[in-house]
Write a protein that binds this ligand. Structure first.
Ligand SMILES: Cc1cc2nc3c(=O)[nH]c(=O)nc-3n(C[C@H](O)[C@H](O)[C@H](O)COP(=O)(O)O)c2cc1C
Length: 330
């Protein structure tokens, strides 16, 4: 009989050694050094820094130059703002690296693919272990062929890979016609891992005063299912690439489900906003108890056991319409 102490949760993700598969995803949670230390102490496998927003840097620069009395100082101020914002970010990476012994991943929200690419080298010099690209182009142009959007993702990723020797992780949204093709293309271009899926800010309408507000900022546990299906399918077809599941992972059991479906790691955010970063410890204990019960010593013993290609009847992953299966529901 295995006991909890014999259970090993360590794993390799994007070429990095991690003591657990639970990664703290990019958010405001990783803007405090104190909190990063608590994440590591609670058993986090790695932490992703808050995304450095390309737009944010540009906005800061434009705003400052508009306030300047000396138009000729514009260029200097723009450069200063860009450098300064970046410097804070780089300092945070270095401080986190000094403070904890888990991988620290930088994150860039890329929209244009131009401004920041030369920063990749400085992120590396600051000590980051990997660079996660948080890419999303809102496809609102009816004149634009969907393939052009897909091409933009791939060109951007290829450019970063060429420029940086860090492992590149790509965090995607779920709005693709063929997500399996997209992940395979990323793999062929040399990405070290993919994260499925990001959960974006979505607007909501307040009908009382007809204004816009935000919908729920934090996810619910029920939101796990979408990434669960796609981890199951993508891992069976792009098996050599490490996948991290993101969105709706709120418990140790949710981590187990994603590993059974084929994930190497998970990313957690909302559950930690709700319960504090110490909650990682509870998730890990829950995982270990299940593994003890099932007689598994490591995640490798059961990873992908329930992915699309491991099942005798993979149609469970293919069912998309309720009609046939729930016709008795009125
Ligand atoms: C307040 C907040 C800030 C976030 N900031 C970022 C960010 O800077 N970059 C990013 O890639 N994702 C960001 N996210 C998305 C999360 O990393 C995560 O992908 C998403 O919340 C889904 O995971 P969850 O269900 O565990 O929350 C943010 C989420 C929240 C709630």
């Amino acid at each position: 009989m295995k006991n909890l102490h014999m259970i090993d949760l360590s794993t390799t993700f994007a070429g990095l050694q991690m003591k657990s598969p639970v990664i703290v995803s990019s958010s405001g949670l990783s803007t405090s050094l104190d909190r990063i230390k608590k994440m590591a102490a609670a058993g986090a496998g790695a932490v992703v820094m808050k995304s450095l927003f390309e737009e944010q840097i540009l906005h800061e620069a434009t705003h400052l130059s508009a306030e300047s009395d000396y138009p000729e100082a514009g260029d200097y101020i723009r450069t200063y703002a860009r450098e300064n914002s970046l410097d804070n970010y780089l300092d945070m990476i270095s401080s986190a690296k000094e403070a904890v012994d888990i991988p620290v991943m930088a994150s860039i929200n890329c929209v244009s693919g131009e401004e920041w690419i030369d920063f990749a080298g400085r992120i590396e010099a600051a000590g980051a272990d990997a660079l996660e690209l948080n890419i999303y182009f809102l496809p609102i142009n009816k004149e634009k062929d969907p393939r052009e959007y897909e091409k933009a993702y791939l060109e951007l990723v290829s450019r970063v890979i060429k420029q940086s020797s860090l492992p590149i992780i790509v965090k995607l949204g779920n709005g693709f016609s063929n997500i399996t093709w997209m992940v395979d293309q990323l793999y062929k271009r040399g990405v070290a891992a993919a994260v499925l899926f990001n959960r974006f800010y979505t607007p909501d309408i307040n009908t009382n005063d007809m204004t816009f507000g935000s919908s729920e900022v934090l996810s619910s546990p029920a939101e796990l299912r979408n990434s669960l299906r796609w981890i199951g399918i993508v891992s069976s077809q792009v098996g050599q690439l490490d996948l991290a599941a993101s969105t709706g992972v709120h418990s140790g059991m949710a981590v187990i489900k994603q590993i059974l479906a084929g994930a190497t790691a998970v990313q957690v955010c909302s559950v930690l906003y709700r319960n504090g970063v110490e909650y990682i410890k509870e998730m890990i204990t829950e995982m270990k108890k299940w593994m003890e019960k099932m007689q598994f010593e490591s995640a490798a013993d059961f990873r992908g056991r329930m992915n699309y290609s491991s099942l005798k009847d993979p149609s469970v992953y293919e069912r998309a319409q309720f009609m046939k299966y729930f016709s008795s529901m009125h």
